[in-house]
Design a protein around this ligand. Sequence first.
Ligand SMILES: *Cc1c(COP(=O)(O)O)cnc(C)c1O
Length: 391
Amino acid sequence: MANHFSWLNDQLSQLEASGLVRKRRQVVPLADGWCELGGRKLRNFASNDYLNLAHDQRVMEAARQAVDAAGFGATASPLVVGRTDWHARLETQLAEFEGQERAILFPSGYAANLGTLSALAGEGDIIFSDRLNHASMIDGCRLSRAHIHVYRRDQLDALERKLQQAGHYRHRFIVTDSLFSMDGDVAPLDQLCDLADRFDASLIVDEAHATGQLGERGRGVAEWMNVEDRVAVRVGTLSKAIGSLGGFVTGEHELIDWLWNRARTQIYSTALPPSACAAASKAIEIIQEEPWRRERVHSLAEQLRTGVSEAGLATTPNGVGSIVPVILNDPDSVMKASARLEEAGILVAAIRPPSVPKNASRLRFSVTAAHTEEDIDRLLAKLCRSCRVPA
Ligand SMILES: *Cc1c(COP(=O)(O)O)cnc(C)c1O
């Protein structure tokens, strides 16, 4: 057999040597914050199912009913014959949930960012992008062919100067995660709104990690910071706190009509399975009716954050909500610590470059509504031992 890719062996060996090769494995997902890995039951601190809805019986039943009524696959893209009542109801529900005129669905959050940024921005425009934005926003910026300026959210005076000099671009956009997935801190949306107003820019906010968990009604950081009517475009995912699959964008009707016509990642991709929409619809109802879920995530995350600091471990400043990183710098220490935690029955994400900058490898704990105070206490005790810090 011809070997076309022997040249990749060198590259793969280099990854292996730097401790950066990605290993894949199969988990058995279990209810209530557990999963099984290699025949062992582990407490799961690596999932984005923040509100414990992926295994909720009501969500599962809604999906089953849609499967019975509509089959599984959507069989076509939304504009052909893939869009059903389940899709239309979910769009209406998402727009109402976020207090926006309209919503549009995408196959994933990744596709939502790629399709939206490339449909809105083009040559002659400029996008200001936070340097720690999610890969899907970075790729969306690149695909748009707009000029890209990367800024740091801890240096907004530099961003202000760049905005001041950008008057000659046709359109100006500022794009940011709302809750950053690696550091667990939030974007300064209030200050970004001020800058967007002053320099006639449109603010695009990706609430992927914040939807359902932040804000009085669970609408995200924009709600929490009381700037919802100043954000031009809100991107979200159905696959984290909502426990299903898919992405979405909400905003003014002109925006959504444009995305129906120009966002290639939804035009040229098969619609979501109706059952994924039915599950998401039920989950959003539950999010509105059961605020205790997000309240529990917050108090448990605070407990973990405080415990990590008291143990003398390094975390990120200004953390808010479910994501609590423990920074161990080099990839090797992170892999060893996560393996020891796994021995002790705890599953955690080991994050290495290129997901984070060099020397910033970390364990990332995701707290969910399935966890308890006792879980966090046990986790802290085991964490201290696994990172060789006296408790
Ligand atoms: C997870 C994530 C996405 C991707 O969402 P999917 O629905 O999983 O594709 C996009 N943006 C951010 C900020 C994310 O954290």
